[in-house]
Each structure stands twice: as structure tokens, then as C-alpha cells.
Write a protein that binds this ligand. Structure first.
Ligand code: TXA
Ligand code: MG
Length: 318
């Protein structure tokens, strides 16, 4: 399971050669390509069957390169100081000399940058010597991959290399904020909570899904969707349902049940969310009943993913 430096070097070379490499980050596995190579980036969209209007996050090795690619405002600097490397993605104005291909931004004049904290991701980006465009390594509209097996199951032969470093520790995607000078807009709740971001901002607004369809298409309503239907805030469970529990669930019993966190810990729940949804989905149950999850802190991101997974699929997304 452990990734050797020789494997990372091979994968870095594959990236430079225009191939796709799936790699672990602290949030979820990414499907990476050289962000300066249009053909390589196009392969990502093909592998995921991802609509081309949906832009990608570019992963960078350090802050210095981020400054080459984007206009960094004081608010962006404060957030980078506080949360990089880590699960925060900043959407900023592209710089004049930004070498990242337009396809990554899907034609927008902004760019989404993230410096991951995972040592394998960091080594890969560093050795590749390129910015790495990487969405979550799952077919478009499906649950994100938090293990290398999930990547193989979902993308199979579309991926040239998979760096398998075991399950992702955080298990839920990065928080995405858009920065316009001193204004910070929360585009996607994620591992870093709204409260944590707000501590470093003069003004923090949420961009509602309905207003940001073109800007952040990954915010479309149906997303991260398993095949089974989801019934949220369930306080009872029917015989034909599987149960995704949270905290104490004494009275609720069914054939297939998994508990996101028996002790009611949101961090543990986030780490299990996607793999447990997959496992329950595989039981072939018609519906997964999901117990209520508190909405504070990390609960905002967990509930956001659950409500998207519960919305019937209309068209594919990220
Ligand atoms: O944790 C994560 O963020 C993972 C790991 C691999 O880094 N990546 C991830 O990527 O979740 P993806 O492609 O599944 O989600 C990226 C989201 C999409 O909703 C996309 O619309 C949004 O970022 N996005 C990317 N560039 C953007 C831009 N310039 N403006 C607004 N939204 C953008
Ligand atoms: Mg995704």
C-alpha cells in the first residue's frame, strides 16, 4: 500500500508525458493531469464524462507558484497563511502570464488553486514540476473516491497510474472560496468550516447554488449521487431500507446499517461518508435512510453532500 519514491517519480514522469495519474490527497483522491497541457486536461473530462463547462482545481506545490498564476489579494494571503497547505481551494483572478490552459478554467477568467497537505500529493506535484489539474477521481456525478479501490472501480482503464496510499484521512472535499479583493464568497462548504474561514475574513458571503450555476457548476443540485435513493433526517427505518446512522441509534435496526460515528464525532463522520454510502449502495437496497446530522461546523459540508446525493440526477456533474 505504501507509495515508494520510485513510484512517485514514475507517476511524475507520466504527468509530464501527458498521462493521467490518480493520487491521494488529504481530502479525496484526485485525477491529475499536467495543467499546462491541453490534451492531458481534455483526457480528464473524457475519463470522468465531465461536462466541459465545469472547471477544475489546479494543485500547486507552493505559494510562490500560486503568485505566478493568480492575482493574490490581502484576503487571499491571509487565508493561505492560515490554511495552506490544506483543504482550502481559492478561486482568484488569473494572472496575465498564467500558463494554465483555458480548458482548466472552462473559459472563466478565474482559476481555482489548492496546495494539498498530503505528502504523496506534494511530492508528486514537486517532482512533476508542473501545476496539476485534478478533480475528484470519480465518474462525473458519482460519489468521490476516498480509496485507490474506489478509483479503480469508477475509472478503471482510463487512469494510467494510481498512487495507492490507503484511505484519505479527511474524506470530504476541500472548502472552496472565491476571492474578490476583500470579499470572500463560500462557493462550496468543505473540510474547513465556515466559522474557521470567517475568522480570517472581513466579509464572508455564501453564494447560493442558484446564483452560481455557471461559476461553480459543481454546485448543481444533484451530485455525489449513489444509485440508491436517499431519505434524509430519518428517525425510523423501513424493512427495505439500509441505514446510515450517526451517533446513538439504539431503536433503529435493519439488515444493512453503518454508523458514520457512533460517538457523534463530525470529523469521523466526514472521513467515512463517501465509503459508507458506497458500501450501502452495493447492498442493492432501494433506499438509504440517513439519520439527522447536526448542521454546525463540519456538519454543514456533510449535509451539503448528503442533500446533493439525495437529489435525483438530472445531468452529470463533477
Ligand atoms: O478536495 C478537493 O477539492 C478535491 C481534491 C482532489 O483536491 N478536488 C475536487 O475537485 O473536489 P472537483 O473537480 O470534484 O470539484 C471542484 C469544484 C467544482 O465544483 C468546480 O465547479 C469548482 O471546483 N471550480 C473549479 N474552478 C472554479 C472556478 N474558476 N470558479 C468557480 N468554481 C470553480
Ligand atoms: Mg468532484
Amino acid at each position: 500500500m505504501a507509495v515508494t519514491s520510485a513510484k512517485i517519480e514514475d507517476a511524475a514522469k507520466a504527468l509530464r508525458d501527458g498521462q493521467l495519474v490518480a493520487f491521494p490527497t488529504e481530502t479525496v483522491y484526485g485525477l491529475g493531469a499536467d495543467a499546462t497541457n491541453e490534451m492531458a486536461v481534455a483526457k480528464i473530462f473524457a475519463a470522468k464524462s465531465r461536462p466541459q463547462f465545469n472547471p477544475l482545481i489546479t494543485h500547486v506545490a507552493n505559494r510562490h507558484v500560486a503568485e505566478e498564476y493568480a492575482e493574490i489579494s490581502p484576503a487571499a494571503e491571509r487565508l493561505m497563511d492560515a490554511f495552506w497547505p490544506g483543504p482550502l481551494t481559492l478561486v482568484m483572478q488569473r494572472s496575465e502570464s498564467c500558463p494554465i490552459v483555458d480548458l482548466v478554467s472552462a473559459g472563466l477568467d478565474t482559476i481555482a488553486l489548492r496546495m494539498p497537505a498530503h505528502p504523496v500529493a506534494q511530492a508528486l506535484i514537486h517532482l512533476a514540476g508542473r501545476p496539476v489539474a485534478a478533480p475528484s477521481a470519480n465518474p462525473s456525478g458519482h460519489v468521490s473516491a476516498t480509496t485507490a479501490d474506489h478509483v479503480r472501480e469508477g475509472l478503471g482503464s482510463h487512469v494510467d497510474h494510481i498512487l495507492d496510499d490507503g484511505p484519505c484521512t479527511k474524506g470530504i472535499e476541500s472548502t472552496i472560496v472565491k476571492i474578490e479583493k476583500e470579499h470572500v464568497h463560500l462557493l462550496r462548504p468543505g473540510w474547513i468550516t465556515r466559522e474557521e474561514i470567517a475568522e480570517h475574513c472581513e466579509s464572508l458571503n455564501s453564494v447560493e447554488a442558484t446564483q452560481s450555476k455557471i461559476e461553480a457548476p459543481g454546485q448543481l443540485e444533484s451530485h455525489y449521487a449513489p444509485s440508491s435513493a436517499l431519505r434524509l433526517n430519518a428517525t425510523s427505518v423501513e424493512p427495505h431500507e439500509a441505514l446510515l446512522a450517526f451517533g446513538e441509534h439504539g431503536a433503529l435496526e435493519t439488515k444493512h446499517s453503518l454508523n458514520l460515528s457512533p460517538s457523534g464525532d463530525l470529523i469521523e463522520a466526514a472521513a467515512h461518508l463517501f465509503s459508507y454510502l458506497r458500501e450501502l449502495d452495493k447492498t442493492g437496497c432501494e433506499t438509504i435512510a440517513v439519520m439527522p446530522i447536526p448542521s454546525h461546523g463540519l456538519g454543514e459540508a456533510i449535509n451539503d453532500r448528503l442533500s446533493r446525493a439525495a437529489t435525483p440526477k438530472m445531468q452529470s456533474q463533477s
